[in-house]
Design a protein around this ligand. Structure first.
Ligand SMILES: [Zn+2]
Length: 446
């Protein structure tokens, strides 16, 4: 017995010794919690996790790998709580583009842009279910893929058929319940539904009826699945909150939020995903935005998109589109609402709707979203928390990631410039790390 015990001790010692550490020295850490940055610290990583962020003396063994990070800035990887995976290819968005290869390519691209996880909002094809499962099990390279699988819309209305051929479009509460039961067997990470008239393109009676979404929400909750709603109007938001929605997947942007809605959202712990970049992308190329020729942007767009957005025909289409003026006003309201809800203590998480159309560039959109959140009046430090820790809370993965703290996964981005000086410095990606391993040197040209 005593002999066995000694052997076990010896074994444990051996294992500990064999496990080398990675130590990033003399760096500045923005840990995602919202606390002030820690400068001249070392980040010590072992077994894929952060075991210390310290200014103290380091116990370094000969096997340890030390990397000098003088002048660099380390922040957690980004979490995008509203994206779409697999449907976008070139200048088209369609279910035909949804192949394993296309999904994998996009997961790799997201990762190059420093994104740890994306929540794809309800536009999968059947092969996406197994890919989502494998990705969550760590078996697919790239960003981790969470999904609402097949969302809920309205017959001949939202969402337009091009985005997802498998959308449920129940016409009665009983049908909605049946659909949720089926969806639950695929274990969606959330249930997604569309409650909107698409800039007035659909009539009021073509918006999902409250008795339908009430049935979806109730049934989803029976299966312990939270419900996210695509929305636009304050009046819909109010009814959705009253019916138990768990998160808003876009900004309320027809009117400013009021204190009665804020009180209800707080009481019911409703999360808020503003997707501000969606509104800016809708009209940005009427002119030439500052990012147009930045390689960080150019590497994110699909083949053919640059030619499209710089063409005279496209610019004319945008300036003549009556929705353009509405989008500009919508963004102004959305910026105000994001700041107000954040300051009121609502859980605001980053989302983009990246991949829902060719303008919403996967990878770049997330960094533009952070810039817009700063424009809304939040500080870069607050915005980094929204993009990292808050996304992890919304996805309920915050016990293992989202912040750079002892015991959490070593998932982070190393930046060349300080994002607290200018949020656009999140685009100076030097490298991306997942589970303590460098997985990317940043976006690549393709
Ligand atoms: Zn979407």
């Amino acid at each position: 017995m005593r002999h066995l015990f000694t052997s076990l001790l010896f074994l444990t010692a051996l294992t500990t010794q064999a496990q080398h550490k990675t130590i990033l020295t003399n760096t500045t850490v923005i840990d995602g919690t919202g606390r002030a940055p820690q400068s001249h610290v070392a980040v010590v990583i072992s077994d894929g996790k952060i075991i210390a962020v310290t200014r103290g003396k380091l116990a370094v063994s000969p096997d340890d790998v030390q990397i000098d990070c003088t002048g660099k800035f380390i922040m957690p990887e980004i979490i995008d709580c509203h994206s779409h995976v697999g449907n976008l290819k070139g200048t088209s968005t369609s279910p035909e583009n949804y192949t394993s290869e296309n999904v994998r390519r996009q997961l790799a691209k997201f990762q190059d842009y420093g994104i740890a996880a994306v929540l794809s909002m309800g536009t999968e094809q059947p092969l996406g279910i197994a890919l989502r499962d494998s990705s969550k099990a760590g078996q697919v390279p790239g960003t981790t893929f969470y999904s609402a699988i097949y969302g809920f819309g309205v017959k001949n209305a939202m969402p337009p058929a091009g985005i997802g051929a498998r959308i449920y479009r129940p016409e009665t509460p009983a049908e909605a319940i049946k659909n949720v039961k089926e969806l639950a067997t695929f274990r969606p990470d959330v249930v997604k539904m569309w409650v909107d008239d698409f800039y007035g393109q659909f009539k009021k009676d073509q918006i999902m009826k409250p008795e339908i979404y009430a049935a979806i929400i109730k049934e989803a909750h029976k299966h312990n699945i939270r419900v996210a709603a695509h929305l636009y109007h304050l009046s819909d938001a109010r009814r959705l909150v009253a019916n138990g929605i768990n998160m808003m997947a876009h900004s309320i942007r027809d009117a400013e939020v009021d204190s009665s809605l804020i009180t209800e959202m707080k009481k019911k712990k409703v999360g808020y995903i503003p997707t501000l970049s969606l509104d800016e992308f809708a009209y940005a190329y009427e002119d030439s935005p500052s990012w147009l020729n930045d390689p960080f942007f150019r590497n994110s767009i699909e083949p053919g998109v640059y030619e499209m957005i710089t063409s005279a025909a496209y610019k004319e289409k945008v300036s003549k589109n009556p929705v353009t003026a509405q989008e500009k006003t919508a963004l102004k309201i959305a910026l105000k609402n994001a700041a107000r809800l954040y300051r009121a203590g609502i859980l605001v998480a980053l989302g983009t709707d990246a991949g829902a159309n060719p303008l919403r560039a996967q990878g770049f959109a997330e960094h533009l979203e952070m810039e817009l959140l700063v424009q809304a009046g939040l500080t870069p430090l607050q915005v980094i928390s929204i993009a990292t820790a808050n996304g992890a809370r919304l996805l309920q993965i915050d016990s293992t990631q989202g912040t750079l703290q002892t015991g959490k996964k070593a998932n982070f981005i190393i930046l060349d410039k300080n994002p607290l000086d200018d949020i656009r410095n999140t685009r100076t990606i030097s490298s991306v790390w997942n589970n303590g391993v460098k997985v990317s040197d940043g976006p690549v040209a393709h």
